[in-house]
Design a protein around this ligand. Structure first.
Ligand code: CP
Length: 327
């Protein structure tokens, strides 16, 4: 694997999930794989889970890790081709990325979208410029449109729960991705990515529910059922993924903050005792109620814990001279 920015970089999701689950049992089994290798984790935006889980994952593989908060500590980067740099940007990515390519064996980058210009955000120009100019493998720690390490951890978590409580033979789990209210306009990345991965995985029936106006980009949701009625969508759900996102069509806007979309215990009654996921951080009692987050249906801590094993599986595939069959 030469890069990890979307599900399209993976041929065999199941094999990668199984590798992640192996690392969960034996974190140090490939301690030699990353010996004398260095990963640079660049953050143009804040993070807790992605930053720490990727660092732990790399260290479990024996790598040296350098974290650089570019957004706070680095020179402000320019990404526009042909830019006349007479404003606030100090260094062009065309100059910075090749230098980073000399310092590191793998580059991992987090960049959020501006949520102002959809075309620019959805071109994922920031991460693509690092891929183009660094000359080394690049891992997305969340880009303007996708969050693939999160999605892999989500499937690992769903798989673990299915292994512990199997459904009848031949029955696919029903997974519902539900929009939730929020006070700030958030990117569509997590929802896009989750839909993309579940559709590519092919081992679940995906329903997406949201108020009208919150349709996601069809390139990610194709294959999922869309239902604007949350109560109907939640019926018989086995897993519910809760996430806010701002409008894709009226780009970056909040169209409603209707609190009736917040998941509560009473909404779980018509489900198949659904397990609840959220990528975190979560705004309690806005996005998700205390009673659900603190209840027995919640998988949020297990899910965040699995970020380590997902990251470790991906990094090991990049480092491994004998990668997984089909990857
Ligand atoms: N879920 C997630 O990406 O968390 P952080 O923003 O804390 O990394």
């Amino acid at each position: 694997m030469n890069q990890f920015i979307s599900v399209h970089d993976i041929n065999n999701i199941d094999a990668l999930v199984q590798l992640a689950l192996q690392y969960k049992v034996q974190p140090f089994k490939d301690k030699e794989l990353g010996a004398n290798k260095r990963i640079g984790c660049l953050f143009l935006n804040p993070s807790m889970r992605t930053r720490l889980s990727t660092q732990i994952a790399a260290e479990n593989l024996g790598m040296e890790v350098i974290v650089f908060n570019v957004g706070q500590e680095g020179w402000m980067l320019e990404f526009e081709e042909g830019a006349v740099m007479n404003g606030s940007t100090v260094e062009h990515v065309k100059d910075a990325a090749p230098v980073l390519g000399k310092y590191f064996d793998i580059l991992a980058i987090r960049t959020f979208p501006g949520l102002k210009d959809r075309e620019e955000d959805y071109s994922d120009v920031y991460i693509k410029q690092f891929i183009k100019h660094s000359g080394i493998p690049v891992v997305s720690l969340e880009s303007a449109t996708l969050h693939p390490l999160q999605s892999l951890a989500d499937i690992v978590t769903i798989m673990e729960n299915l292994q512990n409580s199997p459904l009848p033979e031949g029955i696919k789990p029903k997974i519902v991705l539900t929009w939730a209210p929020h006070i700030k306009p958030l990117p569509q990345c997590v929802a896009n990515s989750f839909a993309q991965w579940i559709n590519a995985w092919g081992q679940a029936n995906l329903t997406i529910t949201h108020p009208e106006g919150y349709q996601l980009d069809e390139q990610f949701t194709n294959g999922a059922e869309i239902n604007y009625n949350q109560d109907e969508a939640l019926k018989n759900a086995d897993f519910i993924y809760v996430k806010n996102w701002s409008s894709y069509n009226e780009y970056g806007k909040i169209l409603t903050d209707d609190p009736s979309w917040m998941l509560t215990n009473s909404k779980l009654k018509n489900t198949n005792y659904a397990k609840v996921l959220h990528c975190l951080p979560v705004r309690r009692n806005i996005e998700l109620s205390d009673e659900v987050l603190d209840g027995t249906n919640s998988l949020i801590t297990q899910q965040a814990g699995n970020r380590v094993w997902a990251a470790q599986a991906v990094l090991s595939e990049i480092l491994n001279p004998h990668p997984l069959k089909g990857s």
